[in-house]
Write a protein that binds this ligand. Sequence first.
Ligand code: HEC
Length: 131
Amino acid sequence: MNSIQNRRRSQLPAWWAGACLVAAATVVGAQDAPKVPDAQQLLDPQWIQEGRGKFIQTCGYCHGPEGDSGKHRPFRERVDWDPAAIHSVIANGRRRGANVMPAWKDALSDDEIWRITAYIRSLSGQVKPTP
Ligand code: HEC
């Protein structure tokens, strides 16, 4: 084995560790700022349907099946509701005095949260359900 091959070999682990760090940082970054699905996706009747089932099952005992009970404005009265903001409240929760909205990011996948977001938007004034 000549000296160049020898050097390459000994450098490989350092290079490899660096690449792994970059890959790990990319994954963590993606979790911090979840990618917003495109507008059409959030109108997908199947997403809305799946989100509805999950919402009634998981969130209904506080919010009611259509988000009009609970200690906040009914979802249907909201207009111009930013999907990323909805996702963030669901994922991270929120507290206002004694009103506690639990965080769900450990219990629900990002996909599930986006489907629930699609359902919530379908209730809100801005978005009409697709015919
Ligand atoms: C233990 C009761 C409880 C459960 C369960 C719950 N929430 Fe909430 N949620 C609240 C409360 C209380 C608030 C109002 C928090 C505040 O006043 O800031 C809230 C606020 C919200 C808001 C923001 C409303 C607004 O007007 O900005 C959204 C969206 C929401 N919840 C979605 C969900 C979803 C989706 C689930 C199920 C995955 C869920 N919640 C489960 C109690 C709950």
